[in-house]
Design a protein around this ligand. Structure first.
Ligand code: PLP
Ligand code: LYS
Length: 423
């Protein structure tokens, strides 16, 4: 987190004091560093160096229009999983010919819209989907460029809810049936097979499963080419992890990742697509929140925050660890806290028995590394409005999504006529 640093005891994002921001903006809010997003993007892009590679940012990690526009300006493409994400990417200025469409459940409407938009590639996850895309192409007199997502049956050392490359997961087609599926695809009208795709999971900090996957991909591409298929694109998915817990998370070397691509995939002379989400956005964001109450029980001290699991779901969904720190450094010693939100569930817990500097009611904290899968996964559970998102660049800051109001939420609902009393 290069862009978040203490200066004279106060936490800064780039050149801006977070304390100053809390005087201007009501908490909780997400706060992003423009520079950190750019640095993360450039680090990966530079590591990929002279490979024929295209980064297709995984929009699901953070789909804010300002963030997509920033990534578009650096040349990023997009990996989308819904019509909504596709429309966001296009309206942010990402060219259709840099967009891949993933996901196991694409609807007729989504496929039609993507075909008409002229996207670069559909990553197809099943035979019924392949057949359905073909039927729509015939109907619309259009051609779909496709890659088949292969399930390589490779375990990634990550949370089971975000592992996607094992045989028992819903994603992709068994690698053992690759030749059979490509033969089937080659006969379908409206389908142009151009590539192969995998994505083995998310938050992977050990490069071993990536190496096993690249090896498997290389073997498959060689077999497919021998069988006469024109394979020009290898989409290796996303999944590179970040250091949420400096004491536990492994660190990998981005150059080593790129070297593995060079070693196994570059000799195949294909275009390489990479779909990173978390590794570009996570470290660029923090959630700024206020301690509303400190509640002491015989066994615990609870910090009760104004942010809840509806604003940031990763700890309650995956027991995810995120560093939490005060925006002002304290020299009063440390103690153990349970750090919780206001939502009416015990799962609304950001950290249990966490040692941190002694804080007071009314102090502000940041929950770190929340730029990916933070705002994008937030909800209005407990009728809590979606919170503000702010981007900082040097000394400037801008709201990039205004906070919702309670009225916004209530007015979305409609009463059926039969429920309205007639007299
Ligand atoms: C198909 C696909 N591509 C890319 C990603 C992005 O993954 P990450 O944010 O781990 O880089 C995901 C999510 O895991 C995904 O499902
Ligand atoms: N939402 C997950 C990542 C999902 C990856 C999507 N394929 C997280 O917060 O870690």
């Amino acid at each position: 987190m290069d862009q978040f640093n203490y200066n004279n005891g106060t936490l800064f994002i780039e050149k801006t004091s977070i304390e100053d921001l809390t005087q201007e903006l009501a908490t909780p809010f997400y706060l992003y560093s423009n520079e950190e997003i750019c640095n993360n993007y450039h680090k990966l892009n530079n590591a990929l160096g002279n490979l024929n590679a295209q980064i297709c940012y995984a929009v699901k990690a953070n789909s804010n229009q300002a963030i997509l526009t920033l990534l578009a300006s650096m040349g990023s493409g997009a990996d989308v999983v819904s019509e909504g994400e596709l429309k966001r990417a296009l309206s942010a200025g990402i060219a259709a010919n840099k967009i891949v469409f993933s996901g196991v459940g694409k609807t007729s409407q989504e496929i039609t819209f993507a075909l008409k938009s002229g996207i670069f590639q559909f990553n197809v996850e099943s035979e019924p989907e392949l057949k359905h895309i073909s039927e729509l192409c015939v109907l619309l007199n259009l051609t779909a460029n496709i890659a088949i997502r292969i399930n390589p049956d490779i375990a990634a050392d990550t949370h089971e809810k975000i592992s996607t490359g094992k045989a028992e997961n819903k994603f992709g087609i068994e690698h053992t049936r690759t030749l059979e599926i490509y033969a089937y695809a080659a006969k379908l009208p409206g389908i142009k097979v151009q590539g192969i795709d995998v994505h083995i999971g998310s938050q992977i900090n050990d490069l071993t499963p990536f190496e096993a996957t690249f090896k498997r991909l290389a073997e498959l591409v060689i077999k497919l080419k021998k069988a006469g298929h024109d394979i020009n694109v290898i989409d290796i998915g996303g999944g590179l992890g970040v250091t949420y817990n400096p004491e536990q998370d492994k660190k990998y070397d981005l150059q080593h990742y790129a070297n593995l691509i060079h070693q196994y995939l570059a000799p195949l002379n294909c275009k390489i697509i990479v779909e990173p989400g978390r590794s570009i956005l996570a470290s660029a964001g923090v959630l700024v929140t206020k301690i509303n109450y400190i509640k002491t029980t015989p066994t615990k001290q609870f910090l009760i925050l104004d942010a809840g699991m509806n604003d940031f779901a990763r700890p309650s969904l995956y027991d995810a660890y995120h560093q939490i720190m005060p925006i002002k450094q304290h020299s009063t010693g440390e103690t153990s806290y349970d750090i919780v939100g206001p939502v009416c569930e015990t799962g609304d817990t950001f950290a249990k028995s966490r040692n941190m500097p002694i804080v007071a009611q009314g102090d502000y904290l940041v929950i770190k590394d929340t730029g990916a899968y933070g705002a994008a996964m937030s909800s209005t559970y407990n009728t809590r409005p979606l919170i503000r998102e702010v981007m900082v660049k040097g000394l400037q800051y801008s709201t990039i999504r205004a906070p919702q109001t309670i009225d916004d939420i209530i007015n979305q609902d409609k009463l059926p006529e039969w429920l309205i009393d007639e007299d």
